[in-house]
Write a protein that binds this ligand. Structure first.
Ligand SMILES: [Zn+2]
Length: 270
């Protein structure tokens, strides 16, 4: 019994040491390395918003990208070759979400799987009596187990259209932020008054979007955001970073709540 207790204490002690000291120490050492010049060029070309960021945020983005590339594993699927352009493009967009937040927001993300194009997924569902199978085509997905799957063609499409309606990288990594409090409910980790206000503002806006769609009015957000609250947050995040002027005009309270969560206002230079 004694040996089990001592082993458990050793494991807990090591985990605390790793989480609070060793990992931070290792990150600080990594950040002492200069950010490679060719990565800066890639960020400028593949993550257009990088060129518009104020200097302190640009520096912060580089630091987050440096840690992201050192700590997360990338895997090419269906014969896709993951090169530096792919890694920097994905890391640059993902880290844009947390550029004014702490890198630890992505501690749970361990691996990124990249397909060359939109990919087929076979879904098997059972209600206990009938088993049904369906095939879906996906541009990306995020799992609460720290895995993000992306189709490179869709990533590139989003990267070359920084003011477009879609950016699959921002979308899937927004889901990862949603998972931080353990549930995919469209509410990232917030507390106190901020959590209460978020709930109130987002519920009203979500119902407003669903109401517009039910009455065949032009929606202010991609209709996919009306499928469930988790998708609402991911689609809102895309609109917040890619079309901030549109979002602030349509939904100023939602825009304000997102500014508070992301700790920035993406109307760079205005
Ligand atoms: Zn989604």
């Amino acid at each position: 019994m004694m040996i089990y207790t001592l082993s458990a204490l050793a494991v807990i002690g090591f985990s605390i040491f790793y989480l609070f000291f060793y990992r931070n120490w290792r990150r600080e050492r990594r950040l002492q390395q200069p950010f490679p010049g060719h990565w800066q060029k890639m960020l400028g070309a593949q993550v257009p918003v990088y060129n518009k960021l104020p200097p302190e945020l640009r520096n912060q983005l580089e630091q987050h990208v440096q840690l992201f590339l050192a700590e997360k594993s990338f895997y090419g699927c269906d014969g896709f070759e993951v090169d530096d352009t792919v890694r920097v493009t994905i890391a640059g967009h993902a880290c844009l979400l947390i550029v004014a937040r702490d890198f630890s927001d992505f501690d749970e993300v361990s691996s990124i799987l990249v397909y060359p194009d939109a990919y087929h997924v076979r879904e098997v569902e059972s209600d206990g009596i009938v088993v049904s199978e369906s095939s879906q085509i996906r541009a990306g997905e995020a799992s609460s187990r720290g895995q993000v799957v992306l189709a490179w063609a869709e990533c590139e499409e989003g990267a070359i259209n920084p003011s477009g309606h879609h950016n699959v990288i921002l979308h899937e990594f927004a889901h990862q932020l949603d998972y931080l409090d353990g549930t995919a409910d469209g509410a990232p980790p917030l507390s106190g008054e901020q959590a209460r206000q978020w709930q109130e503002t987002m519920t009203r806006a979500y119902e407003d979007l669903r109401h517009s769609l039910r009455h065949h009015r032009k929606p202010w957000l991609d209709p996919y955001g009306a499928t469930e609250p988790a998708e609402f947050f991911a689609v809102l995040t895309e609109a917040f970073f890619q079309r901030p002027d549109h979002l602030i005009t349509e939904q100023p309270a939602v825009y304000k709540a997102l500014c508070e969560f992301y700790r920035l206002d993406p109307r760079w230079g205005e």
